[in-house]
Design a protein around this ligand. Structure first.
Ligand code: HXC
Length: 519
């Protein structure tokens, strides 16, 4: 072959590779409202930044006639590019080639790009759209998955790992996304489950649709497997770009600092009035978050799961910051099994990646009852306590209203190494709420009272006395557990100043192989 012909041959092969499983299958992918693997990568990365690798890899399977059916690239597109000029590594399964099913060679490609991401200290983003293990290959596909899982595990806490689910993700394949830091699902075409509806029916008799079993709604609201649920792929890819903007490249770097045009001393007058006089009335903690963050921007994570706690990313004076906040608007912001787990995982992510944490507290306590106790609230609450207590990143806590009992300790209290613990004058920091406390303290006296009106007057008097003494931040401040009581409208400024002071913070935990967080 002449050299000119060789070049032409290469160009032809490239065109062929880019067609994946062929035009018919691409059309079928589009008909489902889905992009192809390369279209997804193109939309995810900065224009023209993608460098594809391993385009000429083909499978090595000789079973079931597969030796006669080969496609360049073998079902996954891998490479690197940039998001806002910062390097990221990507793999995207190509459903047009054997349904994106995972072969030995596809696994090798994915592992290659994961290894490169680790070597270069850059985030890895995986786009999943696959029929699972390539059935014709048998055990080599299984081994391939395990190779990927091991890499997910070793990369955890070293580089950010993000998974987008844009199609099927079933069987053991779900465990790679589950091992990553963030999972994003689309409402229409994505699903994740360990066993599909047919197997469920044959084993348990339960009749359930694919969507009911593992659609985006289920995983965003009920299981918590999905951190983000988006309407379509386009929105999802934009969301990933936004998420990346809050993250560092790896655990040895800080997240990028954005120029902040929002005045750091901006007063948010509305906050002076946001806490209702009635302690049982709710208010929306998101108004507080948006009121104090740069430009009111807040990227909420796990928005629909365990809504009694809010977690997500904001910026303060341009610095990426993780926010953990009780939400009085939902279940009074109480801590339960799900909210404890949700917040614990987020705190650990922030700590692993040098992202400071702001904790906004309004928590009446832990949710009582057999359902919670049987569900393991002790162990789940311990997770959150462990996560806060172990974290060495800068930690600023602001108590807005309630901070009762064990939940007070858990929510980044001074004794869990909170660096700056502030309170609003509306804070109530005590062992328990006034009504419950009086029932315990005055039980004997009350049992002797026969006249109901005398009893009620006595309770009112004692409750008032208890509130006067404890339903405020001053007792905690008198012990130095609260560093200062701040005017609510000045919260943004005080928080920014606190984080500025903490820029040089250095705390090292005792050396160990690893901790034993109560899982
Ligand atoms: C090989 C596969 C495949 C697979 C799909 N295809 N899944 N080829 N191995 N696992 C091929 C199809 O033969 C078809 O080829 C093309 O991909 C598109 O598939 P369709 O069925 O036409 O698409 P659709 O109707 O959209 O259905 C998608 C699907 C279905 C729901 C994913 O294909 C399906 O149920 N696949 C099998 C899923 C499965 O059981 N996987 C193994 C799970 S066990 P043509 O040539 O017609 O285009 C597992 C273990 C992992 O994954 C363990 C890890 C630890």
């Amino acid at each position: 072959m002449e050299n000119q012909q060789k070049v032409k041959n290469l160009i032809d092969l490239r065109v062929q590779a880019k067609l994946g499983g062929g035009e018919k299958r691409i059309a079928s992918q589009h008909a489902k409202g889905k992009f192809t693997a390369r279209e997804r990568i193109q939309r995810l990365l900065d224009e023209g930044s993608f460098e594809e690798l391993d385009m000429f890899v083909t499978h090595r399977c000789y079973n079931f006639g597969l030796e006669n059916e080969k496609y360049l690239g073998d079902g996954v597109v891998i490479g690197h590019g940039t998001i806002d000029g910062r390097s990221v590594y990507v793999f995207a399964q190509d459903f047009t080639i054997f349904g994106g099913s995972l072969s030995e060679t596809m696994a090798l490609k994915i592992c290659k790009v994961m290894d490169m991401a680790m070597k270069m200290g850059a985030p890895i983003i995986g786009i999943n759209d696959s029929g699972g293990a390539r059935i014709q290959e048998g055990v080599t596909a299984l081994a391939g998955y395990a190779e990927i899982f091991e890499r997910n595990i070793l990369a955890s806490g070293v580089i950010p790992q993000i998974s987008a689910i844009f199609g099927p993700c079933a069987g053991g394949a779900v465990y790679s996304p589950a091992l990553t830091d963030f999972v994003l699902m689309t409402e229409q075409n994505s699903y994740m489950f360990v066993t599909g509806p047919k197997v469920v029916k044959s084993v348990t008799g339960e009749e359930i649709t694919t969507d009911e079993l593992g659609g985006a709604d289920v995983h965003a609201r009920k299981s918590g497997v999905a951190h983000f649920r988006v309407a379509d792929e386009e929105t999802g890819l934009i969301k990933i770009r936004e998420l990346i903007s809050y993250l560092p490249q790896n655990n040895l770097e800080d997240a990028p600092v954005e120029e902040c045009l929002d005045p750091i001393d901006r007063m948010e007058d509305a906050l002076n009035e946001i806490v209702p006089d009635n302690p049982n009335s709710p208010y929306d903690m998101k108004v507080v978050i948006k009121g104090i963050a740069d430009n009111g921007d807040f990227l909420e994570v796990h928005k629909d799961y365990a809504r009694n706690i809010i977690v997500g990313f904001a910026r303060f004076n341009g610095v990426s910051t993780g926010i953990v906040a009780n939400q009085p608007n939902f279940l009074a912001g109480i801590l339960d099994c799900d909210s404890s787990r949700k917040a614990a995982r987020f705190v650990r992510f922030c700590d692993a990646f040098n992202i400071p944490i702001l904790t906004l507290v309004d928590v009446p306590g832990f949710l009582p009852g057999s359902a919670q106790e049987y569900g393991g609230i002790i162990i789940h609450g311990a997770k959150l306590m462990f996560a806060f207590g172990e974290a060495t990143v800068p930690k600023v806590t602001v108590t807005l209203r309630k901070s009762y009992g064990g939940a007070h300790d858990v929510m980044s209290s001074k004794q869990l190494r909170g660096d700056f613990n502030y309170a609003w004058p509306t804070a109530e920091i005590a062992v328990m709420g006034a009504a419950g406390a009086i029932e315990v303290l005055e039980g004997r006296a009350l049992s002797k009272m026969t006249d109901e009106s005398t009893k009620s007057a006595y309770i009112t008097e004692k409750v008032d006395e208890y509130k006067e003494k404890f339903a405020n931040p001053y007792q905690a401040a008198s012990y130095g557990y609260i560093d200062d009581i701040i005017e609510p409208r000045n919260t943004r400024f005080r928080v920014i100043r606190a984080f500025q002071a903490l820029q040089t913070k250095k705390v090292v935990n005792p050396l160990k192989k690893h901790s034993n967080i109560p899982l």
